[in-house]
Design a protein around this ligand. Sequence first.
Ligand code: AMP
Length: 445
Amino acid sequence: MCAIVGVFGSVNASRIAYYSLFAMQHRGQEATGISCSDGHKISKVKKKGLVTEVFDEEALNHLKGDMAIGHNRYSTAGSKSVIDAQPIYANYKLGEISVAHNGNLINGKEVKDMLIDEGAIFQSDMDTENIIHLIARSHKEHLKDRIIEALGVIKGAYCLVIQGRNKIFAIRDKYGVRPFSLGQLEDGGYIVSSETCAFDLVGAKFIRDVRPGEMIIFDKSKEKYESIQLFEPEPRICAFEYIYFARPDSVIDGKSVYAVRQEMGKAMAKQDPIDADLVIPVPDSGVSAALGYAKQSGIPFEMGIVRNHYVGRTFIEPTQAKRDMKVKLKLSPISSLLKGKRIVVIDDSLVRGTTAKRIINILKDAGASEVHMCITSPTIKHPCRYGIDTPSYDELISANMSIEEIRDYIGADSLSFLSINALKKSIGDDREYSLVSFDGNYFIN
Ligand code: AMP
């Protein structure tokens, strides 16, 4: 999970990083941090909490310089101290360094064990710390070569921003699993960020996506950024970014998330037509797809459920009891609209089944005569190991029950999932995607 940003050559670097992280708050709400360099010294602020809670005027004034990197951390159950916040900073032979990472390394444990065996002392539980250790222990003369050496050791899904005193390196793994885009700021500086919605907020112009396998180097002593293709690209963009994770106003690798979600809704309506009176979304995650479904089917769209925006995403709560309560706090029905109606309710995904069960309960309590649940993604049968926080096999409802059993459990009159083929078509079947949660094809070995 997580969001990363890098800002280079801008007098407002820390503020641009701040606004970018604010735009990408949905990618991580547990902790946030920025480190900023003025060419001599790196200053940093990182804490648990939301972007607006962590950074005030004083914090932003403390972050001096025209080169900044930043990170929002996503919550996973259990742990979490500020030690696990990013960017991770260290002082090593070549000076100061700061690293922020979005994604997940699949050989994190092996590399960590090897480093500990050789005497390394770890400060955090994050696989990202491996990267700093590998860079620090390299015997290469230049930071660039040390990074390249470290990238030869780590395996997995990663987008990285690495900051030295005078440079920022932006790197995307060869599969391009997580999104990463490059833009130009109004004052001539550059920005890289996990999602393009950050560009819109800070007035940056989209240049292009960082290519899978590419390293972009921003260097004070050079006019323009330098691009090195480190690895042969084998693009496998994460389908879940389009389904759920990214903001609908972002464009990932040339495709608008909003448009793709509408396509998924349309495809659902074609795949499983239902005779109903209303189409309603589970807000906010099902809205774009429900609009697509309504357009395709001709069934009227209504916002039949209202969302309380002061409650965060339901996954943030680590226990099932707390998650149940949170869904209740978050969503409530407009009864006058639903009474006696046959409803198609659209959500983007079904993970544990908590949301769907509660929603159907709410809709039936509000007087709906039929509730048909349409999920605009395939059944999630496998945990993602590449950076999306899906739980283990025993918590994934589709890994343990048939569709009919799930339908019965959530109390729906019918239940449909988008097929993998229809999903691929909706995003664009001109390329490959990371579909591990659906097909269990763990392609990074
Ligand atoms: P569940 O209630 O466990 O079935 O989860 C499904 C709901 O959680 C849907 O409304 C999704 O929009 C949302 N969701 C799916 N994947 C994630 C994720 N990785 N993190 C947070 N929310 C998610």
